[in-house]
Design a protein around this ligand. Structure first.
Ligand code: PMP
Length: 415
């Protein structure tokens, strides 16, 4: 057992919390599962599993259109999540929260719907060197379509964005600044408040990709003054296929619908269709009702622990893990920002990440290996891939010890 310091916030009982996550109670290849891949998708507590089950067993009906009891119950439960998301992000009104499939769809919605009427040839969209592909490709597609230019905020060797370079990129042609709140590949927490303020000073709008922030820290879209903010349900301990896009009312009202279909209309004739008010204008078709209800249960669950407590505990895990991995000869952590979420991305001299991942898996340890949908980040650090251990509040110091022991084994096998 490691002699490194283990600090646990007062009142935080990780063993009690782990009881809420049935998936964690299993063995993989005869070893207890050590799940260190929460940045890819987080595990689900019983509260979420039960809410989805209850919907299908008791309330199942389509929403918004039915006068019968089941439809009313389903609608109320689904819309209740919108109210929870409003509180979770501290939006002004429920109408500023649009249900989407996830962060990817949230970004595509803005790039497509806002981009259609607001980007002209010669305009510029600013993203950062830290982005996930889902916050690169939609903007690239928009730029190609409109003859606009994509500009990229560079980063330093720790994986921190260079704000003085960002300042130079801003100008009268900048229409949108789209950056991630937390990097999935490196864990860097970006100073998004500052980034938004600088964009606004230049007259540009902002979109914050909160996919990796929502599970780890309190978010306040009003304090950030973000114009758009999006996150995925499945990374915040809810189900897949559901997420939230926040947008300021004024901006959402001025944007055309993203998709056409049922539920997003007021009236339809063959000559003309009028659109529904917010938020339904952006919600064509039968949505992921069960997913929406599951997401509500997930937000309640996270709130019951408290994001400040979660952030404090995960920070201790990160400090402990950084020290523990730092003691392994030949291992280099990629991404050493001062402000960092609980992500440990690393390479080991002479051993391919896929080999590391495979040997760890045989010991029951689930990590992710590859480019993490952030190929430009890998290029910047001149590595083809990394091994990434990403932590959540259900992880333990003992699991980090298991990772360290697993990596020693990897080294024995490949040295
Ligand atoms: N942005 C970041 C930073 C991410 O980590 C991810 C998921 N890995 C996404 C966006 C896309 O999320 P989703 O696949 O859930 O739409």
């Amino acid at each position: 057992m490691s002699t490194l310091t283990r600090v646990v916030p007062a009142g935080f009982d990780v063993e009690r919390i782990r009881e809420d996550f049935p998936v964690l109670k299993q063995s993989i290849h005869g070893k207890p599962l050590v799940y260190l891949d929460s940045a890819a998708t987080a595990q689900k507590p019983n509260a979420v599993i039960d809410a989805i089950r209850r919907f299908h067993e008791v309330d199942c009906a389509n929403i918004h259109r039915g006068v019968h009891e089941l439809s009313q119950r389903s609608t109320a439960a689904y819309e209740e999540t919108r109210a929870k998301a409003k509180k979770f992000l501290n939006a002004r009104t429920k109408n500023e929260l649009i249900f989407v499939r996830g962060a990817t769809e949230g970004i595509n919605l803005v790039a497509s719907s806002w981009g259609r009427g607001n980007v002209k040839p010669g305009d510029e969209i600013v993203i950062s060197a830290l982005e996930h592909h889902s916050n690169i490709v939609p903007w690239q597609m928009l730029c190609e379509d409109k003859g606009a230019k994509l500009r990229v905020i560079p980063m330093n060797d720790r994986g921190e964005l260079l704000l003085e370079e960002y300042e130079k990129l801003l100008g009268p042609r900048t229409r949108m600044v789209a950056v991630t709140h937390v990097s999935n590949a490196l864990g860097t927490i970006n100073p998004v408040g500052r980034i938004v303020e600088m964009a606004h000073r230049a007259g540009a709008l902002t979109l914050i990709d909160g996919a990796q922030a929502a599970p780890h820290m309190k978010i306040d879209v009003q304090a950030l003054d973000a114009d758009f903010y999006t996150f995925s349900g499945h990374k915040v301990f809810g189900p897949t296929g559901i997420g939230i896009l926040y947008g300021k009312t004024r901006l959402l009202n001025a944007m055309p619908p993203y998709q056409g279909g049922g539920d997003m209309i007021k009236t339809v004739t063959f000559e003309k269709t009028t659109y529904a008010d917010l938020p339904y204008k952006f919600e064509a078709g039968t949505p992921n009702i069960a997913g929406g209800i599951g997401l509500g249960a997930a937000l309640d669950y996270v709130n019951s622990i408290g994001l400040d407590t979660i952030a404090a505990y995960e920070h201790e895990l990160l400090v402990y893990g950084t020290e523990a991995l730092g003691e392994i000869p030949g291992l280099r952590i990629v991404g050493t920002a001062k402000e960092k979420a609980a992500v440990l991305s690393f390479v080991i001299d002479g051993i391919h990440p896929h080999d590391i991942g495979t040997v760890l898996d045989r010991q029951g340890i689930a990590v992710r290996t590859g480019h993490h949908c952030a190929q430009p980040v890998m290029d910047r650090f001149r590595v083809p891939a990394t091994t990434r251990a990403s932590l959540a509040f259900y992880n333990t110091f003992a699991e980090i010890d298991a990772l360290t022991a697993g990596l020693q084994k990897v080294k024995e096998i490949f040295s």
